[in-house]
Design a protein. Structure first.
Length: 293
């Protein structure tokens, strides 16, 4: 085994045709435009789900958009988050809550101070990803452990007039785990068909073989619109993807950051880093494949 690589890619994909109305841009992801006329709503809950029990922290009819949600728990590592919108039979997002919020490599929650994801002291999990929905939205927290878990939640959402057509873009997230990444190879972080944009990503690496350099194996490779307008985005080194130089270091900012690092440069053995693209989102019109070297 050379190294373990974990990745999480956040993206928005068009799901339907829509009619425009008076719109405002999301401050973090301006390609998301939402109705300017809305009512503000909030749900709050305190619960102790039993093993394998799922509790909905939001279950609303549309049209609407989740603007922010906050979760804290006595054991966040034992929770799974499931997000389902517009009557889908299966959740569009289903993964461990820690992974959704970028807490990777089995670490305890650390500080994250990015535009869409903020982790505050003592397990204050905050998401500012816009989650628009036309028909319905349900967010469930499920206890995937063998004992009860204490949970507190707050969801802030906008409700629009009944006939309002919201953006066709829908929030998705892809989690991948490559336990045996080979030297000089690449790993698949995500492959999507349709039209949309990539909002950002978390990336984690745990290095076992110190002959295998953690950085300079090519960085990111984006294969975009292969069916209609093939073009490629190509990186340099893995740290450069996250806008660092000569390694990833602990530092936080709105769009890029290193939230976990063991060792420096050539001696580095573990990293967790994030990059959110904000106003420079990576768009695709028919498909997108992202690989990391």
């Amino acid at each position: 085994m050379k190294k373990i690589i974990l990745s999480l890619v956040a993206l928005f994909v068009v799901s339907a045709v829509y009619a425009e109305t008076s719109l405002v841009h999301d401050p973090n992801f301006p390609l998301i435009q939402l109705p300017a006329d809305y009512d503000s709503h909030r749900t709050t809950k305190r619960f102790d789900p039993k093993p394998n029990e799922g509790v909905a922290i939001l279950d609303q009819k549309g049209p609407g958009c989740v603007r922010h949600f906050w979760i804290t728990s006595t054991a966040p590592e034992r929770l799974q988050i499931e997000i389902t919108y517009d009557g889908a039979e299966e959740p569009q997002i289903k993964m461990k809550m820690n992974h959704f919020f970028g807490v990777l490599l089995n670490q305890k929650p650390y500080r994250i101070e990015s535009a869409p994801i903020k982790l505050l002291p003592r397990s204050g999990f905050n998401s500012y990803f816009p989650i628009p929905y036309q028909e319905s939205c349900k967010i469930v927290l499920r206890n995937i452990s063998k004992s009860n878990v204490g949970v507190w939640s707050m969801v802030n959402y906008q409700k629009y007039a009944l006939k309002t057509k919201v953006t066709p873009l829908r929030f998705n997230a892809i989690y991948t785990h490559t336990p045996k990444a080979e030297p000089l190879g690449t790993i698949l972080m995500g492959a999507v068909e349709g039209k949309g944009f990539v909002a950002g990503m978390f990336h984690a690496i745990k290095r076992f073989d110190h002959k295998d350099m953690i950085w300079h194996t090519g960085g990111d490779t984006w294969l975009i619109d292969g069916e209609t307008n093939p073009h490629v985005l190509r990186g340099i080194g893995s740290e450069d993807v996250f806008c660092y130089s000569f390694g990833v270091y602990k530092d936080l900012s709105q769009w890029v950051g290193g939230v976990h690092a063991v060792g420096e440069n050539a001696k580095c053995s573990e990293i967790v880093a994030y990059r959110f693209f904000g106003p420079d989102a990576v768009t695709f019109k028919s498909s997108m494949v992202l690989r990391m070297g």
